[in-house]
Write a protein that binds this ligand. Structure first.
Ligand SMILES: Cc1cc2nc3c(=O)[nH]c(=O)nc-3n(C[C@H](O)[C@H](O)[C@H](O)COP(=O)(O)OP(=O)(O)OC[C@H]3O[C@@H](n4cnc5c(N)ncnc54)[C@H](O)[C@@H]3O)c2cc1C
Length: 242
């Protein structure tokens, strides 16, 4: 079914124009906050009730604290087939919502709408490009964790750019041979340097479909590098968080 066919329950204020059309067209559900798990001083996993919310790994939802009318988008960190929804959130100290969410108590009702987005796995089993390369910075790893845990037979490599080693969030969830952390601001436990340097140094697979997620600077830089090196635009997909 076309996901834009739902009738709106009520509009939600969103900052991102590109998303507002889809958001207006989705039903809002009320889900209880179940738990908040701190991964680092500033990054946490918010677990909420799933109820009848269905999504494809890689999609995001829009979250609002009731009464605030200040919604934010969050990619889904948990796999498709578990009875809860996890979101991996970085507390932005000068930000509004990410700070407030961290201080909520379990049991608080949250408004969610969605799912949104087309950053989902393409079926490449019969294609020449039957391998995925996932490139993320920071919490941009979220959609990839959902894709990987939802599809145990996936052939992929995951490259995760972080500033500090302790930001290699839950790296034990990925087999060591498929996961590389690139640390830019201290000696790395994997690779020392940025993800673009890593790609330039190690080279790129031509038989891969590239998915890139994180801040716009990295996403644009990596996309440019891949295109310059012969990766066709149809084999590059991107999701920009900010
Ligand atoms: C499709 C989509 C999916 C997203 N998924 C996630 C996700 O899974 N996890 C997540 O933490 N955020 C995600 N974001 C960003 C999220 O929607 C908020 O922007 C973020 O939580 C900050 O909100 P805020 O109200 O605290 O700060 P705001 O007042 O909205 O922003 C303050 C400033 O913080 C910066 N900023 C925004 N996000 C980040 C970040 N993650 N790290 C560092 N700086 C940032 C921006 O430059 C912004 O100008 C996503 C955004 C989009 C568009």
């Amino acid at each position: 079914m076309n996901q834009n066919m739902h009738i709106a329950a009520q509009p939600v204020k969103l900052r991102h124009k590109k998303n507002s059309y889809y958001t207006r067209m989705k039903k809002i559900s009320h889900c209880k906050l179940l738990d908040i798990r701190n991964l680092t001083e500033s990054t946490y996993v918010l677990r909420i009730e799933k109820n009848d919310f269905e999504f494809r790994a890689g999609q995001y939802l829009v979250l609002n604290i009731p009464g605030e009318n200040n919604a934010r988008e969050y990619s889904i960190y948990s796999p498709e087939n578990v009875p809860y929804i996890d979101l991996l959130i970085k507390e932005v100290t000068e930000g509004d919502v990410s700070v407030k969410l961290k201080s909520l108590k379990p049991g608080t009702k949250l408004e969610i709408s969605g799912p949104f987005g087309f950053f989902i796995l393409r079926d490449n089993r019969n294609s020449e490009n039957n391998h995925f390369t996932f490139v993320a910075t920071g919490t941009g790893i979220s959609p990839f964790r959902s894709m990987i845990l939802s599809n145990p037979d996936l052939k992929y490599n995951l490259i995760h750019g972080v500033k500090f080693n302790h930001e290699a969030y839950e790296s034990g969830d990925y087999p060591a041979e498929r996961y590389t952390v690139c640390t830019s601001q201290e000696e790395g436990i994997g690779y020392s340097g940025r993800v673009t340097q890593y790609l330039e140094e190690k080279g790129i697979r031509k038989d891969s479909v590239y998915y890139i997620c994180g801040n716009s600077g990295m996403v644009n830089e990596v996309t440019g590098y891949l295109e310059k090196n012969g990766i066709l635009p149809e084999n590059i997909r991107t999701e920009i968080f900010f």
